[in-house]
Design a protein. Structure first.
Length: 96
């Protein structure tokens, strides 16, 4: 999902899950976007594929990490040396 795309692309009644789960599941997997499920015409649930959920959580974690780094920079904390950090990462990968 890209930033300029709408977050919610589909709204479906709860009966669509009860009557045709496979089609509803396919919709969630194909769109990789949340689907609003209504009950008596009112929004009740938001459903998404597991893969889309995992991507969303990963984006949130990355966003939090970037926010932490921005805060550290703003607090003028001593930053780690790029070369030393890269060398340490490379060593960890080689030793794995």
């Amino acid at each position: 999902m890209k930033y300029n795309e709408p977050v919610i692309t589909d709204i479906k009644p709860s009966s669509s899950i009860r009557h045709d789960y496979n089609t509803f599941s396919r919709l969630c997997h194909e769109t990789q976007a949340p689907v609003i499920v209504t009950k008596n015409g009112v929004a009740d649930l938001v459903v998404m594929s597991y893969e889309a959920f995992q991507k969303m959580v990963a984006r949130q974690r990355l966003g939090q990490m970037l926010a932490d780094v921005d805060r550290e920079i703003a607090e003028v904390r001593e930053l780690r040396d790029f070369e030393a950090t890269f060398a340490a990462l490379k060593k960890r990968i080689e030793d794995a």
